[in-house]
Design a protein around this ligand. Structure first.
Ligand code: COA
Length: 192
């Protein structure tokens, strides 16, 4: 199944968002009960990425937002790969997927999950296994496996407990980043 065909149904309760340590007012959000479609980004999505907001304070979220609005928007404009979830004509979540040689020179190719982000007003709208970021990671893993890649990896900030939870739930395992102890290197072996 390709990501374009992927349809995942989420249970999205009404909620008030007030993430820990965040200095913004809570966001009231009453999400629609409809299937979530994961599709490939197109160059036409680039303009929305240039103003995409996903950070609410911590340095590691600001880092991702800057990457999405700059480097990723440029890459998407040029046709590079990313997965997106759209709602009412707007991109509400995205995940950059970049094919890479196997780290360290091993056989096969892997997929780097370079940046995953959910728009600020849509974060936390999944419940117990159904977050938007979880849908994107699972679509990326399915596509990587179907395309014959032998694994996936992502470098994420150790402090970023939410993305770590999403990756661990998808079966990724954490290892250290020797050159920068602020990060963990998450890998998923698809050879089995
Ligand atoms: C990381 C991000 C994509 C996750 O968004 P999301 O899918 O809406 O995430 P949720 O708020 O649903 O949280 C994901 C999981 O972490 C859990 N979680 C939330 N806060 C937590 C906390 N303080 N401690 C531990 N777990 C927590 C949630 O319960 C959920 O797990 P569950 O589905 O098993 O219940 C989103 O926070 C984001 O866009 N952040 C800014 C960009 C960023 O940091 N991206 C990571 C790049 S590598």
């Amino acid at each position: 199944m390709t990501p374009q065909e992927e349809v995942r149904t989420l249970d999205r309760p009404r909620l008030t968002l007030r993430a820990e340590g965040h200095d913004r007012d809570p966001v009231e959000y009453s999400p629609p009960m409809e299937p979530v479609r994961v599709r490939q980004a197109t160059p036409g999505d680039a303009d929305q990425l240039r103003t995409f907001r996903c950070a609410s304070g911590p340095w590691y979220e600001a880092e991702v937002e800057t990457f999405v609005q700059g480097v990723l928007a440029d890459h998407v404009a040029q046709g590079f790969g990313a997965l997106v979830i759209e709602d009412a004509g707007e991109v509400v979540a995205l995940l950059a997927v970049i094919p890479q040689p196997f780290p360290g020179g091993g056989e096969g190719t892997v997929i780097e999950l370079a940046a995953g982000a959910v728009r600020i007003d849509r974060q936390g709208t999944g419940a117990h296994g159904s977050s938007l970021s979880g849908s994107l990671v699972s679509a990326a893993v399915d596509e990587a496996r179907a395309s014959g890649h032998v694994g996936c990896y992502a470098k994420v900030a150790l402090e970023n407990v939410r993305v770590r939870r999403v990756l661990e739930r998808a079966g990724f395992r954490a290892g250290p980043v020797v050159s920068d102890p602020r990060y963990a290197f998450y890998t998923l072996n698809l050879r089995a």
